[in-house]
Ligand binder design. Structure first.
Ligand code: GLU
Length: 504
């Protein structure tokens, strides 16, 4: 029987979740759902120095907003919890001890100052200091010191770390679903620290132990963890455990395609790199978020899904259900994925068009309220007339503000071009015609005005552009008689009168 697919997203709460982290979570989620598996959220908070207040809540809120719900995690314990590593602290020591017992790890007593001196010494000679097979016998550890000495130090409570004893002279073959087979020469690996005498495991030990205990079948994470893969596979071997399968997702690159998109790029490049707005608790600095800038979660998810993956067809628009059906790790790219902030706008435009006019006008109504505008005009109708030109809810205001606020001035260029000597006279004659229209619907008004133009021998150009100018203040907006219908007879005529008074 094949094992149930179980994947995890394992962020460290060291700040707001970068948009790349959301992509990692999304790919994990899609893979789990595609394979009828479980998606687990585990908080890797063993590094207390880097812990940031509020980051964990931010991660949960971001996944929630994007519609990437976890099956298991804090508050949803399915028997594999706790899901916060700081609450699993008691577990890790035994595993570190186990590696010491079977000779796969050792105690090291070198102080930070001593290691620093070694590092500097190497640097002076143009070399990099690596703590491993080639020098471990010369350093202060349980492999080089007499056993009694080691016991004395431990009993005395001296600070130590437990290091992994990476093997010598081995050509290690690693498998990655995205990258295929990778060969690593173990001689270049350093003896990574797994555990510290303060009782805390390092990322490497906690990550492997938890993936094992939580029965993770596939580790899907960012490319920045690829250098750790050899150590992780060696740890599984050292414990005698089956290793999960690995898939390392490509880096997300800056819009120029040069270099990794970093947390700081957002402010520099003028677009958000975080799903939600984040206020740094220490500095008070605010980082922009996609939610606050008016993006729909569907657009963000659709955009992120295609960042480093393709369906093998030209299809670009995917609902979440379609993504789940189409997704597979084989189609994840090896090379970096360029982040294109214009493309995410394109998706947002698309999803705005798909939204029901009632839903859009509810959101638009809130925006109007914030502007202190209380209106009886039919918002769904107004929205339906202009939404094609809107990417964000806020764009609806730009397209429609004239409905709510009568023009107080008229576009100068347009006036010069459209408001001629005879205009006021012609438009004045239109007023009684409009007054006589009983059904002020778009179609009836249009027919009436067009007949009147014909009967009087005017040109369309003499009437329609000045009329638009009077109603809107400039030469934009939807069909002119849709505007008069929405404004109503009284308001439309008042605006025409005002234009005549103002423009003469
Ligand atoms: N805690 C690591 C991070 O912050 C997890 C890496 C992994 O998925 O193994 O990204």
């Amino acid at each position: 029987m094949t094992k149930k697919v179980r994947v995890r997203f394992a962020p460290s709460p060291t700040g707001p979740l970068h948009i790349g982290g959301v992509r990692t979570a999304l790919f994990n989620y899609l893979f789990a759902k595609k394979n009828g598996g479980d998606f687990i959220l585990r908080i890797e908070d063993t590094d207390q120095n880097r812990y940031v207040e509020g980051a964990e809540d931010y991660i949960a809120a971001s996944l929630n907003w994007c519609g990437i719900p976890f099956d298991e995690g804090i508050g949803k314990d399915k028997g594999f919890g706790p899901y916060r590593q700081s609450e699993r602290k008691h577990l890790y020591k035994n595993y570190a001890d186990q590696l010491i017992e079977n000779g796969m790890a050792y105690y090291a007593f070198d102080t930070a100052e001593e290691l620093d001196a070694h590092r500097k010494e190497h640097e002076k000679n143009g070399k990099t200091f690596i703590y491993n097979w080639h020098n471990r016998q010369k350093l202060k550890n349980s492999l080089s010191l007499p056993p009694e000495d080691v016991q004395t130090r431990l009993r005395a409570g001296e600070d130590y770390v437990i290091r992994f004893k990476s093997p010598q002279d081995e050509s290690l073959k690693l498998k990655d679903i995205v990258r295929g087979e990778i060969t690593v020469d173990t001689n270049i690996l350093d003896d990574k620290v797994l555990f510290k005498s303060d009782g805390m495991p390092t990322y490497h030990l906690a990550n492997i132990v938890d993936d094992h205990l939580m029965e993770i079948t596939h580790v899907i994470r960012g490319e920045e963890w690829l250098p750790s893969l050899a150590l992780h596979v060696l740890l599984y071997r050292a414990f005698g455990w089956d290793s999960p399968q690995f898939a390392h997702l490509p880096l997300i690159l800056k819009p120029t395609g040069k270099g990794k998109l970093s947390k700081r790029d957002g402010d520099k490049l003028g677009f958000p790199v975080f799903p939600l707005e984040w206020k740094d608790p220490a500095s008070g600095d605010v980082s922009r978020g996609y939610r606050e800038e008016g993006y729909f979660p569907e657009a963000v998810v659709n955009f992120l899904a295609l960042l480093g993956w393709n369906p093998g067809t030209d299809q670009e628009i995917f609902s979440k259900e379609e993504l789940i059906r189409a997704f597979d790790l084989e189609r994840v790219h090896k090379s970096g994925a360029r982040f294109d902030p214009e493309k995410i706008k394109w998706f947002n435009h698309h999803y705005l068009q798909e939204k029901d006019d009632n839903i859009l006008s509810a959101a638009f109504g809130e925006l109007l309220q914030q502007k202190g505008i209380d209106t009886a005009l039919p918002l769904p109708k107004i929205v339906s007339l202009v939404k094609e030109r809107a990417t964000f809810i806020a764009d609806l205001w730009e397209q429609t503000s004239f409905f709510f606020e009568a023009p107080s001035s008229y576009n100068e260029k347009a006036v010069k071009k459209q408001w001629k000597e005879k205009t006021a006279d012609i438009i004045k004659q239109l007023i009684p015609v409009l007054e006589n229209v009983t059904d002020f619907s778009s179609a009836t008004t249009e027919e009436t005005v067009k007949t009147w133009i014909g009967e009087n021998g005017f040109g369309f150009g003499q009437v329609m552009p000045p009329l638009r100018l009077a109603l809107v203040g400039e030469m934009k907006g939807p069909h002119i008689f849709d505007i008069t219908e929405i404004l109503g007879k009284e308001e439309s005529i008042a605006r025409i009168r005002k234009a005549i008074d103002t423009l003469g």
